[in-house]
Write a protein that binds this ligand. Structure first.
Ligand SMILES: Cc1cc2nc3c(=O)[nH]c(=O)nc-3n(C[C@H](O)[C@H](O)[C@H](O)COP(=O)(O)OP(=O)(O)OC[C@H]3O[C@@H](n4cnc5c(N)ncnc54)[C@H](O)[C@@H]3O)c2cc1C
Length: 385
């Protein structure tokens, strides 16, 4: 069968693209190389209310664990700020179930889904995509299509096959390690974040509750040299002696250097982690991947309807997603770089000076006033605010 679009990758970006494209009447097939959608998990599962609102998805009990209302930020020496800012509100979710839910939703909208099937190559005619080569359990087959969506995760091979540069510099990749643990003493509605060179150098450690004493405890860090210890070392150190039981281990990498320069070319759009569409400060990518996938579906439908799958027409995708989230990603990258330069003492000063204050209502001026004894922190905040 011929398709309008072949999607490489069947997680958040791929399935949300497929859902919206199929709804618009496109013939779509999603090829996922793993035998099961959403497995292995590579996520802590924190998702904001705004994701569910903007994607018109109900936070169903089958994939949500706990309702999140607050976040605690812990400094190296133990100072602690708690924020109940509405942007924190959301859920912890089970990605295994959630990713499968998204794929089924796409299938119900009319997309074909095939697992255990890898996009192995692109079929090109004078530089334009005319199809893909798929490799699955029954061998290899060519599928004709008019467009390909590279939703194949960090450092997308599929986009690189089309000549796009989707590589990230090693210092812009956050390596993560996470345990699912039981018997954890954590409040069900609060995410905990820990900073400092002893806990997570050039990154942070998280504790995301899953209810009934279960939690995802993980950390992400950018390694600046090969001799530096990796995230697993710090994760073991943090959790050792706490008496919690480990029930799952997750490892993964997140691109945190901002998006790749070009996310389209003739017949191809790049979406999600593949395009570096991740918040560089938090490493959160679910909401951003989803927004960009929706935009990609709109542009693909227009391109196919007007028989214009050339690079010039598809540049509209980059313009639209950049308009929507480009500025936020740039600002987050700037914040991340500022935080990179903070030593433990400055983190202590910054977090300590805000302890006990209501962060959701604090104004920029009162924040700067409260910090007047710390000129170095004021300098940092002025860059951030
Ligand atoms: C440890 C960790 C914790 C995280 N926690 C959070 C969090 O709490 N909240 C949040 O918002 N974000 C979080 N993220 C980031 C988030 O998981 C990603 O941004 C998001 O999953 C990106 O989705 P995606 O669909 O773009 O890519 P991916 O999830 O990487 O999916 C790509 C898919 O493509 C498939 N694939 C690859 N190559 C091919 C091919 N050639 N053919 C077919 N299929 C292929 C892969 O098997 C995979 O299923 C976390 C990431 C990590 C590593």
């Amino acid at each position: 069968m011929n398709y309008d679009v072949v999607v490489a990758g069947g997680r958040v970006a791929g399935s949300i693209f497929a859902y919206h494209a199929a709804k618009k009447g496109l013939r779509v097939i999603v090829a996922e190389k793993n035998p099961e959608i959403g497995v292995p998990v590579q996520c802590a599962g924190g998702v904001s209310d705004s994701f569910f609102r903007s994607m018109d998805i109900k936070p169903l009990p089958e994939f949500t664990y706990t309702r999140i209302r607050a976040a605690a930020i812990n400094s190296p020496s133990g100072a602690r700020i708690i924020t109940e800012n509405p942007i924190i509100r959301g859920y912890t979710i089970e990605r295994k179930v959630f990713d499968r839910y998204l794929a089924l939703r796409a299938a119900e909208a009319g997309a074909d889904i095939t697992v255990n099937t890898r996009v192995e190559g692109l079929l090109l005619d004078e530089g334009s995509v005319t199809g893909v080569n798929l490799r699955g359990p029954d061998g290899s087959r060519d599928v004709r299509c008019r467009m390909v969506i590279a939703a194949d995760g960090i450092s997308s091979r599929v986009a690189r096959m089309a000549g796009l540069d989707t590589r990230f510099r090693p210092e812009d990749i956050c390596s993560c390690a996470q345990y699912e643990m039981v018997g954890v003493d954590v409040e069900d509605d609060m995410m905990e974040f820990y900073f400092g060179s002893q806990v997570a150098p050039s990154g942070y450690l998280w504790v995301f509750p899953r209810g009934d004493g279960k939690a995802n405890i993980g950390l992400g860090m950018r390694r600046r040299s090969c001799s530096e210890r990796g995230p697993l070392h710090y994760l073991k150190r943090f959790t050792e002696g706490m008496g919690y039981q480990r029930t799952e281990f997750v490892a993964g990498a997140v691109p945190v250097g901002g998006p790749v320069e070009k996310t389209y070319t003739d017949g191809i759009l790049v979406v999600g982690d593949a395009a570096g569409q991740v918040d560089p400060l938090t490493g959160g990518g679910i909401h951003i991947a989803a927004e960009c996938a929706k935009i990609a579906a709109d542009v693909s439908a227009d391109a196919i309807e007007s028989d214009r799958t050339d690079s010039e027409f598809l540049s509209e995708y980059q313009r639209r997603w950049y308009d929507k989230i480009g500025r936020n990603l740039k600002r987050s990258l700037k914040y991340r770089r500022v935080l990179d330069d903070l030593g433990d003492d400055e983190l202590d000063q910054l977090i300590g000076s805000l302890e006990g204050k209501d962060l959701s209502s604090i104004s920029k001026i009162s924040l700067l006033k409260a910090l007047r004894e710390y000129p170095s922190i004021i300098k940092i905040l002025k860059e951030m605010l």
